[in-house]
Design a protein around this ligand. Structure first.
Ligand code: MG
Length: 203
């Protein structure tokens, strides 16, 4: 499986990192070795001194698709979760300056903690989901999927022009503002519509 991640999908977050608000979706891919499940701890890697959390809504792909039309897009996902797109911000900044790929900053091992999934049929409107992230018990990120620049339907249609979606792939849909660094000993907890979905301790 692969993990497709959308960047700069909330305008307040694009602005906080001094990026232009995009006119079409920005995406990148993390390999399956990036997955971290069952609330296992995350071990701070030695190649960064500025590891950031980015809490995101995650969808699970339930059938193979290519060139998917937006009106059928929701039939290609069956479940929703929360995830953290861990980012080595110092490496990403260097890569941006040099015009180099983001993989060292984004695709490293265990850089994608993902919660258990809930069927999408449990929610009335996927484009109105509240979610939040606490750092050591204090809310640091609060978002609603209605503020996404590109909806999940648009993301699926756009990405599937380039990359075939397969059953079991995950789609990270971008992070709202409030991203920041973590240090060893920190505890992250993510909530979807007030339900505690994910916990991750930094070790
Ligand atoms: Mg992200």
């Amino acid at each position: 499986m692969k993990i497709i991640c959308i960047g700069r999908n909330y305008s307040e977050h694009a602005k906080e990192l001094n990026n232009a608000v995009p006119t079409e979706p920005v995406f990148f891919i993390k390999p399956d070795t990036a997955l971290l499940i069952r609330n296992r701890p995350f071990y701070y890697p030695d190649f960064t001194k500025d590891l950031h959390y980015e809490c995101e809504i995650v969808y699970r792909v339930c059938k193979v698709g290519k060139h998917i039309s937006p009106k059928f897009a929701l039939t290609y996902i069956d479940a929703v979760a929360l995830g953290i797109d861990f980012t080595a911000r110092d490496l990403q900044q260097k890569a941006k300056e040099k015009g180099l790929p983001w993989e060292p900053a984004k695709a490293f091992d265990y850089s994608a903690p993902v919660s258990t999934f809930i069927p999408i049929t449990d929610f009335k409107d996927l484009n109105n989901l509240n979610f939040s992230l606490d750092l050591n018990g204090t809310a640091v990120q609060q978002g609603n999927s209605k503020d996404m620049i590109f909806s999940i339907e648009t993301i699926i249609a756009y990405v599937s022009r380039f990359v075939t979606l397969r059953t079991g792939d995950y789609i990270f849909t971008g992070t709202p503002s409030g991203v920041g660094p973590v240090k060893i000993g920190d505890k992250l907890e993510a909530f979807l519509e007030s339900k505690r979905m994910l916990a991750c301790e930094i070790k």
